[in-house]
Design a binder for this molecule. Structure first.
Ligand code: MG
Length: 158
């Protein structure tokens, strides 16, 4: 058996009065994440971690932001695309672990729903998906609330 690990990072700028999508869930907040797609930085980092684990490139290669097909896209589509690519190489997903770094909103009340929706997008049981949130202790662009960042690690095996 071959086991591999990949890492993914994403960041998006906050914009007022658009929906905030994270982990496939719409979270009540004053700001959402600006992006070509729905701006779901959790699912984008996971997509990159999955593709990275299989050395298949990155989300921009699979779903270019110059392509109108992905304008306003539900980012579940990107996760599913990565899973299909992995399945084509006989890889299955062992687990995914994500950290969201943001000052606002507080994500604790939404973590369970985010894990459930992310697991559904990945097609794996929820106990294999971990999503954690932390602040940046008020420092830098994240501390000023200009945007948020996400880091994901994925392990796959074949
Ligand atoms: Mg992104």
């Amino acid at each position: 058996m071959s086991t591999r690990t990949g890492i993914g990072y994403d960041s998006h700028r906050f914009t007022a009065d658009i929906p905030l999508r994270l982990g496939g869930v719409t979270i009540p907040h004053t700001h959402g994440l600006q992006g070509h797609s729905d701006g779901d930085a959790v699912l984008h980092a996971i997509t990159d971690a999955l593709l990275g684990a299989a050395a298949l490139g990155d989300i921009g290669g699979f779903f270019p932001d110059t392509d109108d097909r992905w304008k306003g896209a539900n980012s579940v589509t990107f996760v599913r695309g990565a899973v299909e690519a992995l399945n084509g190489l006989k890889f299955s997903i062992v687990n995914v672990d994500v950290t969201v770094i943001t000052e606002q909103p507080k994500l604790a009340p939404h973590i369970e729903a985010m894990c459930a929706q992310t697991a559904a997008a990945l097609g794996i049981p929820m106990e294999r998906v971990s999503i954690k949130a932390k602040t940046n202790e008020g420092m830098g662009w994240i501390g000023r609330g200009e945007g948020l960042a996400t880091i994901a690690v994925a392990t796959i095996s074949a």
